[in-house]
Write a protein that binds this ligand. Structure first.
Ligand SMILES: *Cc1c(COP(=O)(O)O)cnc(C)c1O
Length: 370
């Protein structure tokens, strides 16, 4: 099976081997060593000197953890949304009684830093901006460096959902001044689901010390205290830590610049291949993501049929749209353990499936060789 959804992603052989290892005492010396090495590897990819906390939960758990650890009831925040996952960040903030000003940018485009800056200047009560780095629902990557500039100029906090980008697309947490970053083990990290990884700036740790929202399981003070002893407060997803540790060794060996370049190369390859088939990309290409690509299903052809036939006839698994885009778009994940030949297979399967469903524009059936 060629699994090409934007997470969970396939696992390299050494990661599969690692996750099958037997259990150890999660409060013993082996785990302390494992945790230490894992966190050191993560700090490298977060591009931060801050502690990276390992939380057992999915990416959404990490997003919720950040909200309950930084804010107080009634606090005003700005959520800049470009799709499903920006909406989710807003929903989490609303669920915890924050006052949410939500700025919705048209789906398929990126957030405009100038508009965010204007909103911040107009409303001094807004304490933080929450934004998605890479919205997996539309295949759009925001310019976090530019957003961080306007947020810093206005002296507010910046919280970034980097679940489907960190480890594949550049994000310089410390240098750009990002205050909180969240990611998840099953996306760029080539590991199974089960862990959210979070880092906070000093400013965010200060906000944490003042915050009033209650929490227990997600408490970052408890997480930091335990981390200093080589532990996590509660039983961690040990197997996922094994997997993440093994994946980080592969990532460190490949090197951060080479990983980013591989994702850029594959991103271009997917977009070029889809356009050669005569298909229309969903996202404005200026902001196109290098980890996931969304494309309109051709007129008269159901996205669901395409996805079903690709899996049945070709063993290639892609996915469809979320929310209002369900049934209308196809999404191809190219994140983590992926190279051009994997995606060449996807494009060939898509082309053949579309022809089988009666689609025949000029160029259909042709897939550039890798
Ligand atoms: C996958 C994803 C999430 C949610 O992660 P879960 O692990 O499914 O909870 C959040 N944000 C983005 C951008 C994602 O791609």
């Amino acid at each position: 099976m060629n699994l090409r959804i934007p997470g969970p992603t396939p696992l390299p052989p050494s990661v599969r081997e690692a996750v099958s290892r037997d259990m150890i005492n999660h409060r013993g010396p082996e785990f302390a060593r494992l945790l230490h090495e894992t966190v050191e590897g993560l700090k490298h990819f977060f591009q931060t000197s801050q502690e990276v906390l390992l939380l057992t939960g999915s990416g959404t758990g990490g997003m919720e953890a950040v909200v309950v650890n930084l804010f107080s009831p009634g606090e005003k925040v700005l959520v800049a949304s470009i799709g499903h996952f920006g909406q989710r960040f807003g929903d989490i903030c609303r669920a915890f009684g924050l006052q949410v000003q939500q700025l919705d940018f048209p789906m398929g485009t990126a957030a405009d830093p100038d508009v965010i800056g204007e909103q911040l200047r107009a409303d001094p009560e807004i304490s933080a901006v929450l934004v998605t780095h890479n919205d997996t629902s539309t295949g759009v990557t925001n310019d976090i460096e530019a957003i961080a500039k306007v947020v810093k100029a206005a002296d507010r906090m910046l919280v970034v959902d980097a679940v489907s980008s960190l480890g594949a697309i550049e994000l310089k947490m410390d240098e750009w001044g990002v205050d909180a970053v969240v990611t998840g083990s099953q996306k760029a990290w080539m590991a199974p689901p089960g862990l959210a990884m979070v880092a906070l700036s000093q400013r965010a740790w200060d906000a944490h010390a003042r915050k009033k929202l209650p929490c227990y399981y997600w408490d970052f003070t408890a997480a930091r205290k335990s981390a200093a002893k080589g532990e996590t407060p509660w039983t961690p997803a040990v197997s996922t830590v094994y997997g993440l540790h093994a994946a980080l060794q592969l990532m460190l060996a490949e090197g951060m610049p080479a990983i980013f370049e591989r994702h850029r190369r594959i991103g271009r390859y997917v977009r070029d291949g889809l356009k050669q088939m005569g298909l229309r990309l969903f996202a404005d290409e200026r902001y196109a993501s290098d980890t996931v690509t969304a494309v309109w299903a051709p007129d008269g052809i159901s996205a669901k049929d395409v996805i079903g036939k690709m899996q049945e006839d070709h063993g290639v698994v892609i996915t469809g749209g979320q929310g209002s885009l369900a049934g209308r778009i196809l999404r191809i994940g190219h994140i983590g353990y992926v190279d051009v030949p994997d995606i060449q297979m996807v494009l060939e399967a898509l082309s053949s499936t579309l022809q089988g469903l009666g689609y025949s524009p000029a160029g259909a059936g042709k897939v550039a060789s890798a």
